[in-house]
Write a protein that binds this ligand. Structure first.
Ligand SMILES: [Zn+2]
Length: 90
């Protein structure tokens, strides 16, 4: 029996990045969290990704990157995500 109101490992993996970035809806966050609570494999994968992300952020803070740089990095990341915001003003 596999309850349909729960994510399987594939669904969770697919959303892990967005989950870390809090880009999911509250409902999706709940479902991912629920799966992480019950699946050791995904939980360790999540812990790994989170620690990587935390390391990067800690380094960025140590460098004291200017807000300008941070926001530019953020924008680049969002663009890479395939958001596809049409920015042809130039
Ligand atoms: Zn899993």
């Amino acid at each position: 029996m596999s309850p349909i109101d729960r994510y399987n490992c594939e669904e969770t993996f697919r959303r892990l990045d967005d989950f870390l970035d809090r880009h999911l809806s509250p409902e999706e966050i709940r479902l991912v969290q629920e799966h992480l609570d019950t699946c050791g494999q995904c939980a360790s994968e999540y812990a790994f990704e989170e620690s990587v992300l935390r390391n990067v952020r800690a380094k960025l803070q140590r460098i004291k990157a200017p807000d300008d740089l941070l926001s530019r990095v953020r924008q680049a990341l969002e663009r890479e995500r395939g958001g596809g915001r049409p920015s042809g003003s130039r």
